[in-house]
Design a binder for this molecule. Sequence first.
Ligand code: DLL
Length: 439
Amino acid sequence: MREREYKIWNPEMECMDREQLVKLQGQRLKETVKRVYDNVPMYRKRMDDKGIKPEDIRGVEDLKYLPFTDKPDLRDQFPYGLFAVPKHDIVRIQGSSGTTGMPIVTGYTQHDVDVWTEMAARSVTMAGGGPDDIVQVCYGYGLFTGGLGLHQGATQVGAMVIPMSSGNTQRQINMLKAMGSTMLCCTPSYALLIGETVREMGIDPKKELKLRAGVFGAEPWSDKIRARIEELLNIDALDIYGLTEMAGPGVSCECLYKCGMHVNEDHVIPEIIDPDTLEPLPYGEKGELVFSTITKEGTPLLRYRTHDLCRLNPEKCQCGRTNVRMDRIMGRTDDMLIIRGVNVFPSQIETVLMGIPGVTPHFLLVVDRVGPTDTMEIQVEVTDEIFGDTVADLQSFSKLIYERIKSALGLSANIKLVPPKSIPRFEGKARRVQDNRKL
Ligand code: DLL
C-alpha cells in the first residue's frame, strides 16, 4: 500500500461492532421477508410450501429456513414478476445475460439507486478516491451495471468523473494523459490491455500519467494479474465484486490492504453453502456464495445463489472495517463463462445455433487468451448438405452464424465449420467448453 490518506466513507456502518451489525441485519431481514411475502407471489408460495410465515423469522439465525432464489427464477418471472413495489415506484432497470437469449432484469426504486450509489461510493473510497480524484470509468454503460455503478459512486464522493465506457484503447490512453486521470475503473483484462498499450506507446506512467489506483472486477482474475497491472500502470489495483441481481459493483470491494473484499453487510447478508447439499458452511470454508438483500425495495432477493465459489473471513481488517471479507472468486459451480467481461452460458450459444437450419446440435466452444484479450472460437458441426457447399457458400454461412451470435451475446466469435460427426459425443454430461485461459 502506498502512502495515502486512509479514508472510510461510512465508518458508522462499515466499522460497526459485529453484534450490533447482526442485530441490524436481523431487523432488516425481517422487514424484507415481510415485504416479499406480501408482494411477491413466488416467495409467498415458496414460504407457504415450506410452512414458514414471516413472523417465524426472528433474526439472521433463521436465514437457513428461507427458500433459495436462482437465476432461472429471474428468467421465469421476467420481466416484472419479482417486483415488490408498483411499477410507478421503479426508476431504473438494469440487466445482464440470462441462460437463454433473454436478459434478466432487476428494478430499482430511488432508494435502491441511492443504496447502490452508497455501496459504490464506499468502494471508490476504499481505493483512496475522493473529491480530488479524476475517475475514468471504462466499464460499459447501459443495462450492464459496471459503468453506471462506478459513475454514481465516484460522483457521490465528489470526484470528477470521465464516463468513457469501454473500448477504443488509444482514446482511453489519450484521455488518461490529457485529463490527468487518477483512478481507472474497468475489467482487469481491459486494465491489462490499457497497461500494455501504454507501454507500447512509450509512455512512462510514473512521469506522464497521474494514475494512482484502479477498481477492477466483473470477471475472475488473480494476484499475478494484479502484480502485472500494478507494474504496468504504477497503481494500486483493487478487486471489486458485484452482480446485477444484487446491485452491480460495490456489493464488496478491497481496501488498500488488499486482503479480501469487504462485503456491505448492512445491505446484503452473505452465506456460504455446500452447492450439493445446500447446507450452510462455517466461515473459512469454501463453497457457493449466497446473498440476501436486506434493504432493497424494487426486487428484493432471498438467498440468491450466485454460483460463485468463495470463502468468507469475519476477522477485523487492519483498515478498521469490521464487515466480513470475501476471498477472490475461486470459480463457478455452473458453466457460466465470462468472456471479455460478458457473461456467457453455453446454452445461449446452443439456442442461437439451433435456430439455424443446416447446423447439428453439436458444437465446441474454445476460449483462450491472446495477450490480455479473451478469444472465443465456436466449432460448429454442420450437415452433409451444408458441408458439401462451395467455399463461397460456406463463408456466407459462417458469416450468418457470426452475426447471430454477435447479436445474441454482444460478442464476436471466430466461427469454424466442421464436418458431420467430428465433434466428440458424450455419454454423460456433454462438455461443450474448452477454456484454455490461465489467470
Ligand atoms: O459483473 C457487476 C460488476 C461490474 C462487478 C463491475 C464488478 C465491477 P454481472 O454482469 O451480473 O455483474 O456479473 C456477475 O460476474 O456472479 C461473478 O461470477 C462475476 N464477477 C463479478 N465481479 C467479480 C470479481 C457484474 N471481482 C458475475 N471477481 C458474478 C470474479 C466477478 N468474478
